[in-house]
Write a protein that binds this ligand. Structure first.
Ligand SMILES: [Zn+2]
Length: 250
């Protein structure tokens, strides 16, 4: 009789112990689940915030590109893009009666002066042209295909300069491919980006620029853009078209 009661008591304790263990196990699991859920929520929140930060950064980059593209020094003037009628130009003389946009004057003068200090003889032969001069050149050229239409010449925006080696002035026409082998020209082609200039009509880009290779025509775009354009071996049209790929927001 006594033994039977003891057995029942043991059984009861056993059941109770199992119940307690089960309860504790269940509780621990619940707490773990809750903290896991919290962690997952936090991770999702962080990921969402990171994504919106990245989106904001990308938008700022695109805004910066759009703003840069609208700056005067990145103006695109070619067969398909005429000079805007309201393009404001104030020109000043660089040397020998050659005028350039006042904002580009110092850069051009410094480039010429450093080229001379390096022992070479660069000579300006064309810089700013008025619409009337371009019209005159166009009307009187034997080869209209190689002369920009009035309103479509970079020289009209005051940001371009044709520079040759002084030793080529006796050639009759110094504006030929052989200009690229002249010492002053070699120096200019190697260093122009340091002054914010690019060789505007490179070799092998004629199908895009629709202008023959001109190893004498330099165009101001600012140092930052000049460095990217020259180091990538692209022309201005390509740079402006794919600027998102080339230009990093500061
Ligand atoms: Zn030119």
């Amino acid at each position: 009789m006594r033994k039977k009661r003891t057995n029942r008591l043991i059984l009861l304790i056993l059941i109770l112990t199992i119940a307690i263990i089960a309860a504790v196990f269940f509780l621990v699991h619940k707490i773990a689940d809750a903290s896991q859920l919290e962690e997952a929520e936090r991770a999702a929140e962080e990921a969402a915030q990171k994504e919106s930060e990245e989106e904001a950064e990308e938008q700022a980059r695109l805004d910066k590109i759009a703003e840069e593209k609208s700056q005067w020094y990145l103006i695109l003037v070619n067969n398909y893009n005429a000079m805007p009628d309201d393009f404001d130009i104030e020109t000043v003389e660089v040397e020998d009666g050659y005028y350039i946009d006042a904002r580009v004057h110092d850069a051009l003068q410094e480039m010429l002066s450093d080229c001379r200090d390096a022992g070479y003889s660069p000579r300006l032969i064309s810089t700013f042209r008025t619409r009337e001069t371009q019209q005159y050149l166009y009307d009187h050229t034997a080869n209209k295909a190689d002369t920009a239409l009035p309103g479509h010449s970079e020289h009209e925006c005051g940001l371009a300069a044709d520079i040759v080696d002084a030793d080529s002035l006796g050639w009759g026409d110094p504006l030929i491919d052989a200009q690229e082998d002249m010492p002053a020209q070699k120096w200019l082609m190697e260093h122009c980006q340091d002054y914010g200039f690019i060789l505007r009509y490179p070799k092998d880009k004629e199908d895009i620029t629709e202008i023959i290779y001109e190893p004498w025509h330099y165009r101001y775009v600012g140092k930052e853009h000049a460095a990217i354009i020259m180091s990538n071996g692209i022309c201005l049209e390509e740079y402006l078209r794919d600027m998102q790929d080339y230009y990093q927001a500061q």
